[in-house]
Design a protein around this ligand. Sequence first.
Ligand SMILES: Nc1ncnc2c1ncn2[C@@H]1O[C@H](COP(=O)(O)OP(=O)(O)OP(=O)(O)O)[C@@H](O)[C@H]1O
Ligand SMILES: Cc1ncc(COP(=O)(O)O)c(N)n1
Length: 526
Amino acid sequence: MSIRTLVDTVEHTEALSVPARARTIPHVLSIAGTDPTGGAGLQADLKSIGAQGGYGMAVVTSLVAQNTRGVRSVHTPPSTFLDEQLQAVSDDVTIDAVKIGMLGDAETIRTVRRWLPRSTGAVIVLDPVMVATSGDRLLASDAEDELRALVPLADLVTPNLPELAVLLGEPVATGWEAAVEQGKRLAASTGTSVLVKGGHLEGALECPDALVDASGDAGTVSVVGGTRIDTRNTHGTGCSLSAALATVQTRTGNWHQSLLIVKKWLRGALERADELNVGQGNGPIHHFHEFVPGPIPAPPPEERPFSEQVWELTTSHRLAIETLGFVRALGDGSLPPEQFAYYLAQDAMYLRGYSRVLSRASALAPSEAEQLFWAKSALSCLEVESELHRTWLTGRGQSPAQGRVTRAYVDHLLAASANAGYAVLVAAVLPCYWLYAHVGNALHSQWIGNGAGTDHPYANWLETYADPAFAEATARAISIADSCFAAAPPADREAMIEAFEASAWYEHEFFDAPTRLDLRDSAKLP
Ligand SMILES: Nc1ncnc2c1ncn2[C@@H]1O[C@H](COP(=O)(O)OP(=O)(O)OP(=O)(O)O)[C@@H](O)[C@H]1O
Ligand SMILES: Cc1ncc(COP(=O)(O)O)c(N)n1
């Protein structure tokens, strides 16, 4: 056996030779026992595999009731079930690496041994777990021979000092040199590379590991040194090291390089272990210390569509309109004719102003389609206005003067068309479509529900509410407002909501004005 000792520090991790067949995300299977506190066993393995960029899989050998203070009990499912788990994985998944941890008893070891050929081509790392940090046994004493027989089937075995001694049937090495010599003897007798771990070196300031390579230049010993980190949180260090090594080895194909990479990571995991604050005893290491979570993203701006927001915001106006004396009386036919006439006259005056405002929306529209929509709407306003005069207002005496609600509402819209941008103007004109359509629908349905009697004094008027073209135009106006809102900066969004709300308020007032017939309005009635 040629002996060449390479002493490296964990910083020398550059210039890796990556095997050509390496899978980008290696599939790594851990066969081990469990630790419900997540620091050792399968749970630690999966974290370590993930931290090294692998895809972790797990087959349970034993369920261990343990925590950072010790092991309470162990439940080992029948070996037939272990075999079923193993077959289930290998029947389906190509395995790039296997890490074997706690096996517990001889039957479990035999079952894994029988299955191992199913993972041909995979990197096999055996961590010969025997005793937990807490001192509790995790391998039946009569299973040691069986475990020894498993070593030659692995590519790498990673015993701590007491385990190394058991595998050789020798006393525990008292110093580092003696431990490395034991490692060489084990590598020579089994043909398996051995990682001699220095974590259990009594009173040492250093925490070295020695890799005895049984392949290629057989017997090469490379030592990776490192200072001992002062922490009691070392639970699961051996599990994590072996699982990480199995993962990284699929990429480097070189145990020494793999060890350099993994030791550097492990060092950080031990240095940051105290941050985790898990348990009262020997806590776990920080597997994901290299992962820096990004800042919690600020909550996204209000994503609900404009129409949904303003519809909810103006619920009280809507309910108030629905229950107005004017609306109810129009619905049941009891509305005094002069109030109806007043309403129609105000409506005609309103439409004249509204049409100008819609023309302004057409002028500001960013697309031809929207320009056309508003222009057509402006035109139909003028048509409805002249129709009102022709059909409804003729013969009802002299028209009343413009009421103050009508004037204020139109002024509000004209102000928006003069001062605001397109989005805010669209928001300001929308309630006229939407609330009118809403009230009209309610009145029309009520009339239909009551038998659509032609003896209703306003039957002809109620019929006009069912105009599908108006419903379509309303839907289009809503959708334009939603798109404007989605694209608008926060200040414009606020202004859109305010403009809509103000117009909704005027709609309410407008429907109420004919009934109130306050002194100024009634004075101007015919
Ligand atoms: N305090 C420490 N500071 C730095 N490295 C450490 C420390 N303790 C252990 N290590 C390293 O952790 C790895 C595991 O070593 P150790 O000898 O403790 O194995 P183990 O006994 O199998 O682990 P476990 O604690 O999981 O039983 C080795 O690489 C070792 O060098
Ligand atoms: C299932 C299982 N496997 C391995 C260990 C060894 O880890 P440690 O020696 O750090 O307790 C453990 N405690 N539990």
